[in-house]
Every structure is written in structure tokens, then in C-alpha cells.
Design a protein around this ligand. Structure first.
Ligand SMILES: Cc1cc2nc3c(=O)[nH]c(=O)nc-3n(C[C@H](O)[C@H](O)[C@H](O)COP(=O)(O)OP(=O)(O)OC[C@H]3O[C@@H](n4cnc5c(N)ncnc54)[C@H](O)[C@@H]3O)c2cc1C
Length: 374
């Protein structure tokens, strides 16, 4: 098979790979993207489509705010639909309200809402709401169409090519110092290579993932039929306030954690983050639970799925009919939200190792490409 050439080779057509490809294409470089599947089917289409910028801290907050701008920019160029000001935290207990109020004192993009405001946002039947907050830095996109649209739009640009059903087989070290990658459809010689294969990094660079203690996190997700309510923002609930750092670091989060551990052990045992977003056709993406293991069990636990469905039903005060279930998987490690490693000279791997790739992926890619530009 012949060897083709490009300035930048990107492996993986999820949001992280496309973030690198977008930045390289915008810098005027020729870009080839390869993906082992025939279309995006990884974590980037299995998620909530929530660009959760408001509740990040530190480096993740910087990356999230950078990505937020990049989403707005690329959405306007490619026709991807994007909602702004699109996070809503619903408080159903006074300790949840205390977390939101505490964060609102230092973060202007957290705007407290009354119970009435919240019920207006998620339908009049909402149950037990005591207040909430709008998360103004957040965006929401439709995960099932955004990444495929971005890939198709990139492929139409001059000097960008996507090769589907083409797997990465490693670096041809006999060609060093040239950077040549072996794929299932021939070799590619590139100025620079970005390996963005999500949780599959453990299959292509196991020594890197072993050293960084990367495992896989499996999440239980569902799509419901349209409940007949229009819900614009991504909706977070009490368990979410223990998951996202800016909430979890408030003093008030201690009491919330104690109550949930004592009163809702089933939610904590499944490591849930009960949240939901609405697709354009009205269906709700609802989830999720977390289970971390080096190789995850593919079987979905019906008890956990039912717990999630009942919990979202109870927030909205309506019965929900589940029409699809699936498992999402992302890379996870104990000490660091993303991993970047030089696999060989000119070959950089990048994997987001917590559940925020849609929130930070575009900016991560742009920073790597800017760092590596000649
Ligand atoms: C259920 C769920 C909900 C989530 N919700 C959110 C959310 O609302 N907001 C948020 O910010 N983040 C969320 N996340 C996290 C986010 O989805 C991920 O961090 C992000 O999608 C990872 O992107 P990626 O490009 O690294 O991986 P992927 O989207 O999995 O893409 C990797 C690509 O690499 C390809 N590939 C793998 N191996 C090879 C190979 N050898 N050769 C060629 N190609 C290969 C795969 O086919 C795949 O297309 C969620 C994740 C899950 C699972």
C-alpha cells in the first residue's frame, strides 16, 4: 500500500481529535483524520452535549472558557446549533440551595433563581423545587449531530481529508526521524501526529496508560420519549453538585454530601450524576451512573437504569418512557483531568480522563497545535 503525506495526521474523529484537526486546518496546514469506525460512535455522541464551563475550576475552567468561544465560533461557521446560558441547577433541598448561593457570591455566571423561576424552566409539574441557579457560561449542543456535523464540515474544507474505517497501527520506527504512521490502509507520513482515541489509548499506548493509572469509566444512559415539556438548558440536580469542582469545593457541599450518603445511599452507591438535556425532537437524554474498572463490564444494570429514570421523573413531576439505553465509556484516572504524552518524536497522544471532553476538547486541541507549530 502507498504512503500518503500531510502536515498533520489526527487519529480519532471524536471531539478531541476534531479539536486538533480544526486548529490545524485553521492554521492553514494540510490535515488527514483517520478513524477506525465508519462514523463517530464514541463518547462524543453518547453524552449530554453539555459544555459545562460555569462549574469548573483552575485549568479546566480556563480550558472550558476557551472551548466555549471555540464552540460559538465553529457553530457559526458550520451550522451546528448551540444554546448559550444553557445550564440550570435545580435545588430540591435547602443544602443544595446553600451550595448554589455560596458559589454565586464569587462567580458572577451563577445566577440564583427562585423556585417559581425554576419551575417555569422545566415545566409546572416540577416536584419539590426550592430554588436553583442559571449557569450562564454553559452551552448546550445536540451530541448526536454536533460531532458528525463538525466532521463532515471539516472534510469539505480544502486540504482536509477524513479516512473512515482506517485504524492506527503505530509508528514506523524504521523511518525515524521522519514521522510515519502505519494504518490499516497504508502508511501516512506527517509533520505532526495527534493520537486522540479516547479510552482506547489503553490499547495503542498501554505503557503510557499503565503509568498514568488510566482506567475506563462506564456510564448508564437513556433516551426518553418527548415528555411534552420544552426544557432549554442542561439540567443538573443535587448529585451533580458533588461532582463538578466549583460546587463540590464550597463549604456548603459538606452538608449536602452527608445528607445524600445518609438518606440516598442508592444514588451514591451507583455514583450517580442525575442530569438531563433535551434533544431537538423533544426526547430527553437522561443519566448517569459511573463505574470505573480497567476493562468494564458491558452489561447494563437495570436497577441503576430504573433509579435514574425514577429520579429524573421525580424532578420533572412526569412519568418518563425510556426508548433507548446505551453505555458510554470514557478514560478515567485518579489524578488528572487529561493526559498528554509524547509517544514518539512528533507523535502526541491526548485523552481527556474525566467526563468533560465536550467542555474542554476544542481548546485542548487548539493549545497543542499552537504549541507545536513550527
Ligand atoms: C455518557 C457520557 C456522558 C458525558 N457527558 C458529557 C457532557 O455532557 N459534557 C462533557 O463535556 N463531557 C461529557 N462526557 C465526556 C465526553 O463525552 C468525552 O470526554 C469526549 O467525548 C471524549 O472525546 P474523544 O474524542 O477523546 O473520544 P471519542 O469520542 O470516544 O473518540 C475517539 C475516537 O477514536 C477512534 N479510535 C479508537 N481507536 C482507534 C484506532 N486504533 N485507530 C483509529 N481510530 C480509533 C474511535 O473510533 C472514536 O471515534 C460524557 C461522556 C459519556 C460517556
Amino acid at each position: 500500500m502507498s504512503t500518503t503525506e500531510c502536515d498533520v495526521l489526527v487519529v480519532g474523529a471524536g471531539i478531541v481529535g476534531l479539536g486538533h484537526a480544526l486548529a490545524a486546518a485553521d492554521a492553514g496546514l494540510s490535515v488527514t483524520i483517520i478513524d477506525r469506525d465508519r462514523r463517530p460512535v464514541g463518547a462524543s455522541i453518547r453524552n449530554f452535549g453539555h459544555v459545562c464551563a460555569t462549574a469548573q475550576t483552575g485549568t479546566l475552567r480556563d480550558l472550558a472558557l476557551g472551548s466555549r468561544q471555540r464552540w460559538l465560533d465553529v457553530a457559526s461557521r458550520s451550522g451546528i446549533g448551540v444554546r448559550t446560558g444553557a445550564g440550570l441547577a435545580v435545588a430540591r433541598h435547602i443544602d443544595e440551595l446553600a451550595v448554589l448561593d455560596e458559589l454565586a457570591q464569587t462567580r458572577g455566571s451563577v445566577r440564583p433563581l427562585t423556585a417559581l423561576d425554576v419551575r417555569d424552566e422545566i415545566g409546572g409539574a416540577a416536584d419539590g423545587v426550592v430554588g436553583g441557579a442559571r449557569l450562564l457560561d454553559d452551552l448546550r449542543i445536540d451530541p448526536r449531530t454536533a460531532v458528525p456535523t463538525l466532521a463532515a464540515w471539516l472534510a469539505e474544507r480544502d486540504r482536509v481529508e477524513i479516512r473512515w474505517n482506517t485504524a492506527y497501527h503505530g509508528v514506523d520506527e524504521t523511518q525515524t526521524p521522519d514521522v510515519v504512521v502505519r494504518t490499516s490502509r497504508g502508511a501516512v507520513r506527517a509533520g505532526r501526529v495527534y493520537v486522540c482515541v479516547g479510552h482506547d489509548l489503553d490499547t495503542v499506548a498501554p505503557s503510557v496508560t499503565d503509568e498514568a493509572r488510566v482506567a475506563r469509566c462506564a456510564l448508564s444512559m437513556m433516551l426518553t420519549a418527548d415528555p411534552g415539556i420544552r426544557i432549554d438548558p442542561a439540567v443538573l440536580t443535587g448529585t451533580s453538585l458533588l461532582r463538578y469542582e466549583a460546587f463540590a469545593q464550597t463549604a456548603a457541599a459538606t452538608a449536602l454530601g452527608e445528607r445524600l450518603r445518609a438518606r440516598r445511599p442508592e444514588l451514591m452507591a451507583a455514583d450517580t450524576n442525575i442530569m438531563f438535556t433535551q434533544r431537538p425532537d423533544g426526547g430527553l437524554l437522561i443519566g448517569d451512573s459511573h463505574h470505573v474498572e480497567p476493562t468494564v463490564d458491558p452489561f447494563l444494570d437495570e436497577d441503576v437504569a430504573d433509579l435514574i429514570r425514577r429520579e429524573v421523573s421525580s424532578v420533572l413531576g412526569v412519568d418518563l418512557t425510556v426508548v433507548q439505553r446505551w453505555q458510554g465509556v470514557y478514560a478515567s484516572r485518579p489524578d488528572g483531568p487529561y493526559l498528554t504524552a509524547e509517544l514518539a518524536p512528533g507523535v502526541r497522544a491526548c485523552s481527556v480522563t474525566t467526563g468533560v471532553g465536550m467542555t474542554v476538547g476544542l481548546e485542548l486541541g487548539a493549545r497543542h497545535v499552537a504549541d507545536d507549530l513550527p
